[in-house]
Structures are given as C-alpha cells and as structure tokens.
Write a protein that binds this ligand. Structure first.
Ligand code: PLP
Length: 356
C-alpha cells in the first residue's frame, strides 16, 4: 500500500484551502488577503517560556469580553477564527450523520473544515442581492447542526439583514447552532450580534485579531457564545492552543491604547475605501463595484483574467473570485494604504486607456 492509499478517503479527495499565502506571487502591493497593510508595534514581556501557557489566558479573555460587551464566560480564544469554525463542527457534528449549511458565495473554510473532518456540507446559494434564501434554507435544515453565516460577508462585503437572521434563529431553535462569522465587524461595529447572545442560546459569533487589529500573523481569534456552548468547545480544544507570546501580544492589542489604535486604523481604511469607491466606477475596465462594509471591495471587470495578470506582473496582487458561484469576472481588492490605493488606480487607468 502506498502512503497515499493509507490516508483517509476524504483527505485524499480534499482540495486544501487556497490561502493567499499558498498562492504566492512576487508583489510589493499585497491586496489579496484582507490584511492590514502595516505592522503594529508590540514588545514581548513574558519570559517564562519554560512553562506551558494557560489554556485560556485570563487577561486576554477578560479584555476581549470587555471590548465585545459580553461576559468572560461567553468568550473562547483560539488559533484564529478558523480554529473556532472547526471546533464547532468537532463538538456538534457527528461525522457521516450530521451536516453543516452555508450560503455561497462566502468564505472558503466552512467547506474545507467540513471535508477534512468528514461532515456533509449543504449549500443554499444566496439570493441575487446576496441575502439569505430563507425558504430554501428551511427546506434543507433536516440533519443540519450548524449554519454558518458571514456578516459582513467575505468576499461580497455586504451585511446579512438582521430580520432574516432573526427568522433563521427562530427556525433553528432547539435544532441547530447559528454561527455568525464577524471577522470584519470592526469596520461596521454597529452591526454586531453580540447583544443578541442573551436571547438566543444557539447563537455563536466568531471574531478575529487578523483583520482590523492588524495581527494576521499572530493567529488569534475568538468564539462568543453562551456558557453551555463554550463548555462543549472547551472539551475539544487543544490543551495549550495559544503560545505564551501570542497571549502576550493579544493582551497588548486589547489594551485601551491597542483598541484606540485599531479604531484609528479602521477610520483610515474606511476613508481609503470611500476614495476607491469614487475612483473605480469611471474606469473603462470596471463594470461594477459592489458596496462594502469591510476592508475590501468586490468589483466586476470586463476582462478580469487580463486585469488580474497585468496587475500581478506589476507586483499588485488581488484575489481572483471567478470560481466563486455567481462571481464570474469578479476580483476582490483589499484596502491598503492610500499610496497602495493610488498605485492600483494608476495601473487600472493605464489598462483602461489601452483598451479604449
Ligand atoms: C479571515 C477570515 C477568517 C479567519 O480568521 P483567522 O482568525 O485569521 O483564522 C474567518 N472568517 C472570515 C470570513 C475571514 O475572512
């Protein structure tokens, strides 16, 4: 038997997540992973690397709870929000029996985690306006234990209507969890569902330090839910998920100054996004710019492979969305510094002139 044959069948069949990092590229303007464009400063203060870390570092949990407006017992910290996505499946879904459900086009890790663990995933395509197709979801709920929503949605940038989420919570009560992935909520903080946790025992919210907090390299994310859900996730999480330096830096990011700096960065990126939303539509190669509540913009181009390749060759790396359902001709552009936005527009202007 070959090593390949020894592996689980679903792992052999698995297409791993095509992260921006794996896709590579030789850029100097990285607009493909929704990262913050500049590093934030920090200093390591913990010298006790001979000791195992706390499983759930108290200071990080307390600071995140205060920041999110929930109680510490409603917070779990993990290796990025991605680990939260997977822990929920591992705690709530029986492989070969239960299913998860999500609504494409959306974030790619829901299906990748389900495939890795061996859980069926059902997709109910979003409506043309990228809102939930509630009647179609209602028909597909049999055997579903977790419904993943992404709001604001990656890669489309829109929020999911709160009335629709309320209806979804009503139809799943006592049957399934509803997980709201709020990875980008800092760019539209009023839209958070954190205040709903008290009313809904089956609501779960995912958060991360990777986007607005400018710490994608730290690998630190949060799951917000009521205690019974958190207690179950605590059963399946690794004994020491967060390295001591990670907890150290996360604690600093969640200090008063850290949060103030994040808010200042968000204001800058939101201003750059507004500028891009003015600059993009008049360009000849741009067909449509979708409104966004996030640090990225989805746009449809007349010849997106050519735009993608031409910019790639100039070191400006965007994210191709052609293969995402309903997104033919679309590229996702992360909001960078103002200089990076200007370079992007200059390159697209040159392409538009060439085409005219
Ligand atoms: C980036 C992203 C994540 C992953 O966040 P990490 O904390 O870096 O694992 C989760 N969900 C969505 C929608 C994202 O865009």
């Amino acid at each position: 038997m070959s090593i390949e044959d020894l592996a689980r069948a679903n792992v052999r069949a698995l297409t791993p997540y095509q992260s921006a990092r794996r896709l590579g590229g030789n850029g100097d303007v990285w607009l493909n992973a929704n990262e913050f464009p500049l590093p934030v400063p920090f200093e390591l203060s913990q010298q006790t690397l001979n000791r195992y870390p706390e499983c759930q570092p108290k200071q990080v949990i307390e600071r995140y709870a205060a920041y999110a407006g929930v109680t510490p017992e409603q917070v779990l910290v993990s290796r990025g929000a991605d680990e939260g996505i997977e822990l929920l499946m591992r705690a709530f879904c029986e492989p070969g029996k239960d299913a998860i459900l999500f609504c494409p086009p959306t974030y790619g890790m829901y299906s990748v985690s389900a495939e890795t663990i061996g859980i069926e995933y059902r997709t109910v395509p979003a409506l043309e306006n990228w809102q939930l197709n509630l009647p179609a979801i209602a028909e597909q709920l049999d055997g579903v234990k977790v419904v993943y929503l992404c709001s604001p949605n990656n890669p489309t940038g829109n929020l999911i209507n709160q009335d629709d989420i309320r209806q979804l919570l009503a139809m799943t009560a006592g049957k399934a969890l509803v997980v709201a992935d709020e990875a980008y909520i800092e760019f539209c903080p009023d839209a958070t569902l954190a205040g709903w946790l008290q009313a809904f025992p089956h609501l779960v919210i995912l958060r991360t330090l990777s986007k607005a907090f400018a710490l994608a390299g730290l690998r630190c994310g949060f799951t917000l839910a009521n205690k019974p859900v958190i207690d179950l996730l605590m059963k399946v999480i690794a004994p020491y998920p967060l390295a001591t330096p990670v907890a150290d830096v996360a604690g600093q990011a969640l200090s008063e100054q850290g949060i103030a700096l994040m808010r200042q960065h968000v204001a800058e990126l939101n201003a750059n996004r507004a500028w891009l939303c003015e600059q993009l539509p008049p360009l000849g190669v741009v067909q449509q710019v979708f409104p966004s509540e996030t640090n990225y913009i989805l746009a449809r181009f007349s010849d997106s492979p050519k735009v993608f390749k031409t910019l790639w060759d100039q070191g400006i790396i965007l994210r191709d969305q052609n293969k995402n359902p309903g997104l033919a001709g679309c590229l996702r552009i992360s909001i960078g510094t103002r200089k990076e936005c200007e370079r992007l527009i200059a390159a697209l202007q040159a392409l538009s002139l060439e085409q005219a």
